[in-house]
Ligand binder design. Structure first.
Ligand SMILES: *Cc1c(COP(=O)(O)O)cnc(C)c1O
Length: 350
């Protein structure tokens, strides 16, 4: 596969303060672009990062045919660049694409395009624990036509944003009783752009009450806990870890499945099963609920300090030896090439 490269003439890198980055607001000098036209993916190229023109009738603007991924690249002390489980990301991108009637993207285009882009923008990946490059691959429907049917033209684009360790601040959550992020037979398992748009309003209502996020419950009964904001969610009851099984409503998070594996590796009992609101409230009342945390690529693990459900408000106690800290450190050490990687999750970009 041949990737055309058009390098920028004005690198922005000298103007970036890498010690003061706000998440996802600065982008590297280049992006990878590939078009789907006449039934095939073509013209893979790397071009300077910048605006792209589309007709106002481009279908993505009207029908939301858009899917994305979120990944990170890390650099170790030897200047080697690593990705974390990139095969999982490309598979999931295609799972999401299939659900939105977007044509399958050959895995080679994803892997080769990303690798080339990381090589071209390698200066943007800073060494040192906590530094990383956030990677956002996405596909959008670009042909100008507002008939309500799948597009015949698409663009696959990868953009990258330098990041420092992400801390969302103290997070308290409201358990959803009215709104849902996904439904049976819906698109909850896909990284569809519209899933995020649909969360913004209910989340803003939670914000007004002083809560940062919503724990989403099953759309049918609102009795089972499914995800926390845009993260998968884990509960520690006593010494055991519990998380909901993936389904068509729950996103199959790569961080989630890595934590489940690490728990097994370290003899922590982990139960993948439905978790009811009732069970968590009872565990809170009898003191056995020790931790709640969200998992996802951006923050890795984000502890949740408290939750509210109807009139029940609960503040989690501080725990010594928190699982959140333990598993976050384990994952980061694997990602930064500081610890053996039993499962070959770390992939060197060479
Ligand atoms: C991306 C995402 C996650 C986390 O997935 P990771 O692969 O761990 O980054 C969890 N829930 C939702 C809804 C997501 O979109």
């Amino acid at each position: 596969m041949e990737i055309k490269i058009q390098s920028t003439e004005n690198s922005k890198i000298a103007n970036v303060d890498f010690n003061n980055l706000s998440f996802g607001s600065i982008f590297t000098d280049h992006m990878f672009v590939c078009d789907f036209e006449d039934g095939a993916w073509k013209n893979p190229s790397i071009v300077p990062y910048g605006p792209i023109a589309f007709e106002p009738s481009a279908r993505v603007f009207h029908y939301g045919q858009a899917v994305f991924e979120g990944m990170k690249a890390y650099k170790d002390d030897q200047d080697d660049i690593f990705l974390f489980r990139p095969d999982e990301s490309v598979k999931r991108l295609n799972t999401s694409a299939a659900r939105l009637a977007i044509p399958v993207l050959p895995e080679e285009i994803f892997h080769e395009g990303l690798k080339k882009l990381l090589q071209v923008d390698t200066e943007w990946i800073k060494k040192g624990f906590g530094n990383s490059l956030y990677i956002r691959p996405f596909i959008i429907a670009t042909d100008g036509a507002i008939a309500a049917s799948p597009a015949i033209k698409y663009k696959f684009i990868i953009i990258c944003s330098p990041a420092q360790s992400y801390y969302a601040g103290e997070v308290r959550v409201i358990v959803a009783e009215k709104y849902s992020r996904s439904a049976n037979g819906g698109v909850g398992y896909a990284k569809a752009a519209g899933n995020y748009a649909a969360q913004f309003y209910p989340t803003s209502l939670a914000n007004k009450e002083g809560y940062q996020q919503v724990i989403w419950t099953d759309a049918d009964t609102h009795e089972y806990l499914e995800e926390a904001g845009t993260m998968n969610v884990f509960f520690r009851i006593g010494d055991k870890l519990v998380t909901a099984p993936t389904s068509d409503r729950i996103l199959d998070g790569i961080t989630r499945k890595s934590i489940i594996q690490l728990a097994k590796d370290h003899n922590v009992t982990v139960e993948v099963r439905d978790v009811s609101v009732k069970e968590i409230k009872e565990a809170a009342s009898n003191g056995s609920l020790k931790e709640i945390f969200g998992s996802g690529t951006a923050a890795v693990i984000n502890p949740i300090k408290g939750f509210k459900h109807q009139d029940f408000v609960y503040e989690l106690p501080e725990v010594a030896d928190a699982y959140a800290t333990f598993f976050k450190d384990k994952l980061l050490n694997i990602q930064y090439n500081k610890e053996v990687d039993l499962h070959n999750w770390r992939v060197k970009v060479s």
